[in-house]
Design a protein around this ligand. Structure first.
Ligand code: ADP
Ligand code: MG
Length: 239
């Protein structure tokens, strides 16, 4: 479980481009946060800074009160789920899900218990012996989530995890993601450019534009009181 605080975080890439400008947000333990905005607005950059995959130019990132700006990704106890599933083709579903635990030298019995639990949660129990090539897109994406879940991380970071799925599957998976997040109670930051996803999935939504946070609020707050025309237009609220 983790509280994540971004305190005036700035990201300037080496080429000089300002990708994230003065981003401040307190994410409560167990909260499901959505980052939404058009392509290029700085969503992935923000997520990558939380994961430790990009360094922070200015400002502070704190996890459970500890400043982690310089902490290596592997020491942050955070699991990332990407839109490209990056499964190992030569491994079975079981082996793919077990892999992070094998790396962490977890004992075999615990690995089996953890993978079985995650597989049940993700409705993958019948597919554990299959290879990724013999799975549907939705099943593959669930294996990728399983690989994150088995580690029982402090937090999940998801970067447009459903954007490769067709519309029908995306709606089904959305429901599953919300259900799993609630049942595990793990702090989650979920990136999307899809307004519907943003307005239905999380506890609070952060609307970004050009590296700048436009508004933070519950879906209802954003819908009823958009702070500016951009937010109103983007989430499709009446005013
Ligand atoms: P999003 O995920 O919202 O589409 P990104 O965080 O990927 O946005 O990108 C934010 C801005 O930073 C964009 O203008 C993008 O071109 C720029 N950017 C992203 N990655 C790099 C990089 N490695 N080097 C330079 N600029 C980058
Ligand atoms: Mg992105």
């Amino acid at each position: 479980m983790a509280e994540i605080v971004l305190d005036h975080v700035v990201k300037r890439y080496p080429d000089g481009s300002l990708a994230v400008d003065d981003f401040s947000l307190e994410i409560a333990d167990g909260e499901f946060i959505i980052l939404v905005g058009p392509s290029g607005c700085g969503k992935s950059t923000t997520l990558n800074m939380i994961a430790g995959l990009e360094d922070i130019t200015r400002g502070e990132l704190r996890i459970d009160g500890e400043v982690v700006n310089d902490k290596a990704p592997k020491d942050r106890d955070i699991a990332m789920v990407f839109q490209s599933y990056a499964l190992y083709p030569h491994m079975t579903v079981f082996e793919n899900m077990a892999f992070p635990l094998v790396l962490a030298r977890v004992d075999k019995e615990t690995i089996k218990t953890k993978v079985d639990e995650a597989a049940e949660m993700l409705e993958l129990t019948q597919h554990l012996e299959r290879k990724p090539a013999n799975l549907s897109g939705g099943q593959r994406q669930r294996v990728a989530m399983g690989r994150a879940i088995v580690r029982s991380p402090k937090a999940f970071l998801m970067d447009e995890p459903l954007s490769n799925l067709d519309a029908k599957l995306r709606v089904q998976m959305r429901t599953q993601v919300a259900r799993i997040q609630k049942s595990l109670g793990t702090t989650t930051v979920y990136v999307t450019h899809d307004q519907t996803e943003a307005m239905t999935l999380g506890d609070r939504v952060v609307v970004m534009r050009g590296g700048v946070v436009q508004q933070v609020g519950t879906p209802t707050e954003l819908y009823e009181h958009p702070r500016n025309l951009f937010v109103g237009g983007f989430i499709g609220s009446p005013s």
